[in-house]
Design a protein around this ligand. Structure first.
Ligand SMILES: *Cc1c(COP(=O)(O)O)cnc(C)c1O
Length: 225
């Protein structure tokens, strides 16, 4: 049986190889281990191998794990769909949110974030896929949402996230599109520095197209319960 330590090692090697292949420094890419529906012991095993960034998709489950593992110096990313009634839990426990797609959610996160915490680091999720199940704001509505979001006091807008189709070549085109959207926003004066794109099956394409955060679950932890 392959252990979490071995799979984590293999994912790190894939990241290093992909970065090398396109002339990027592997340090520019941060691995977020997506541990949704994985037990605490699996997260601890990864943390014991030096993994620091973890991603969760469910507010209650993620908050419970964060409480259990506090004191280990881990950094937590909320990557799932965000409901208005869960914004306080997320603002109280997480360091990053990748899935902001409307102003009402951003406003609630900002007002729930304790002023003595560092600002919540947020990404806007952009819908580039034509699949109904994959949410996000449209590219057309993105600048207006970003403008409003960047005025909220307890959030810091860092960049963009997308969830593409499963087909890797189609995904690559979406990743390139996300990068261009961030470049266009930066040309308008937004100082964005983070693209969250790429998962177990397509992290190489994402890194070649400029990813800074790759969100990898099954390739590290195996299949989810
Ligand atoms: C589950 C999940 C991942 C990880 O997916 P894998 O295919 O298991 O690597 C990445 N991003 C989001 C938003 C997810 O919900």
């Amino acid at each position: 049986m392959t252990t979490i330590a071995e799979r984590l090692q293999a994912v790190r090697a894939r990241i290093a190889a992909a970065a090398h292949a396109c002339g990027r420094d592997a340090d520019e890419v941060t691995l977020v281990a997506v541990s949704k529906r994985q037990p605490l012991a699996a997260i601890e095993a990864a943390a014991d191998c030096g993994q620091r960034h973890f991603g969760e998709s469910y507010a209650q489950e993620g908050s419970d794990k964060i409480r259990e593992l506090s004191g280990r110096g881990l950094i937590w990313h909320f990557v799932g769909p965000l409901q208005a009634n869960k914004t306080r839990l997320v603002a109280d426990h997480f360091d990053w949110v990748h899935s902001v797609d409307r102003l009402r959610i951003a406003e609630r996160l900002s007002s729930a974030r304790a002023p003595d915490h560092p600002p919540l680091q947020v990404l806007i999720q952009v819908k580039l896929s034509t699949e109904e199940s994959k949410g996000g704001v449209s590219p057309e509505a993105l600048p207006q949402l970003g403008e409003a979001l960047s005025r909220l006091p307890h959030l810091r807008w860092r960049g963009l996230m997308t969830l593409p189709e499963a087909d890797v070549e189609l995904a690559r085109a979406r990743f390139a599109q996300l990068r261009r959207l961030m470049e266009n926003l930066n040309a308008r004066g937004f100082g964005l520095d983070t693209l969250s794109m790429g998962m177990s099956a397509d992290l190489e394409a994402a890194i070649e197209e400029g990813a800074h955060l790759v969100r990898v679950g099954s390739a590290i932890f195996g299949e989810r319960a």
